[in-house]
Design a protein around this ligand. Structure first.
Ligand SMILES: CC(C)(COP(=O)(O)OP(=O)(O)OC[C@H]1O[C@@H](n2cnc3c(N)ncnc32)[C@H](O)[C@@H]1OP(=O)(O)O)[C@@H](O)C(=O)NCCC(=O)NCCS
Length: 228
């Protein structure tokens, strides 16, 4: 079963109650302040953000993850439906990391990596971005190394990530935008309970083609906690 933990330093260690209590207090206080819980959690407690599932650990990205992430993002099959070209050099990864760090510092986004615990390998990423504090909403994104596709890894990771976004970050609504031809991504969102809310025709012109966008949403009030 997916388990989100803020504070467990060891894989499998229980969440430390004092930290969870701190988060709850912070959430109450921050509701009435201009500073947001998202920034608070992602900027001030990065070392403590650790989400664990049966096979995976999700944590904030670090610069030392770039070689592993290069292997993931240099693959044209992986980037086929993503809004960026495959990474060609280490500089592409460094530029990506700088953007991620800047967006985190601005409280706009949190870029996480997915670690396959048994092999200790960084096998993918998941992202919360387009964060809107007043509306308590954010968009999700996710990428997995090709050799790990089709084994339920991203469903496992995203179930835990959704729990984290709703229960720890206090999100009210999560969104996703996908190319409708990306059937595995569409299926993943459906399995997570996202509802397809619309189709924006010919929204993107990139990589030499024009593509539609499927828009998906998941409301906290509609969301049923995932069964174990
Ligand atoms: C989309 C992606 C993250 C899915 O990850 P994954 O670990 O292979 O997905 P899962 O194994 O958890 O499967 C989730 C669901 O999708 C289904 N699925 C996976 N691959 C599929 C495929 N090629 N065709 C149809 N369904 C597929 C699974 O069967 C499962 O549904 P089910 O439980 O009802 O059977 C992965 O393919 C990927 O990283 N793609 C490249 C990056 C990308 O496109 N990201 C999304 C951008 S919006």
């Amino acid at each position: 079963m997916a388990r989100s933990s803020l504070g467990g330093d060891q894989p499998g260690a229980p969440a430390q109650p004092f930290l969870v209590a701190d988060i709850r207090t912070a959430r109450r206080l921050l509701r009435h302040s201009s500073f947001c819980l998202f920034s608070f959690l992602l900027m001030l407690l990065p070392a403590h953000i650790k989400i664990e599932t049966n096979r995976l650990t999700i944590r904030l990205v670090e610069e030392s993850d770039l070689p592993s992430l290069f292997a993931v993002n240099a693959d044209d099959a992986v980037t086929r439906y993503l809004p960026y070209e495959s990474w060609k050099s280490a500089a592409d990864g460094e530029a990506w990391f700088s953007r991620a760090a800047a967006r985190l510092a601005a409280g706009e986004a949190g870029q996480f990596v997915i670690v396959h615990r048994e092999s200790r390998r960084v096998v993918g990423t998941c992202l919360l971005f387009r964060f809107e504090q007043s509306s308590a909403r954010a968009e999700v994104g996710y990428v997995l190394a090709r050799e790990y596709w089709g084994a339920g890894y991203m469903l496992e990771a995203m179930k835990a990530f959704v729990v984290f976004a709703f229960e720890q970050l206090g999100m009210r609504r999560l969104e996703a935008e996908i190319d409708p031809r990306n059937v595995s991504s569409a299926r993943l969102l459906e399995r997570l309970g996202f509802v397809r809310e619309g189709l924006l025709r010919q929204r993107w012109a990139m990589k030499g083609e024009v593509a539609d966008s499927g828009f998906y949403g998941l409301l906290h009030e509609d969301w049923q906690p995932f069964p174990p």
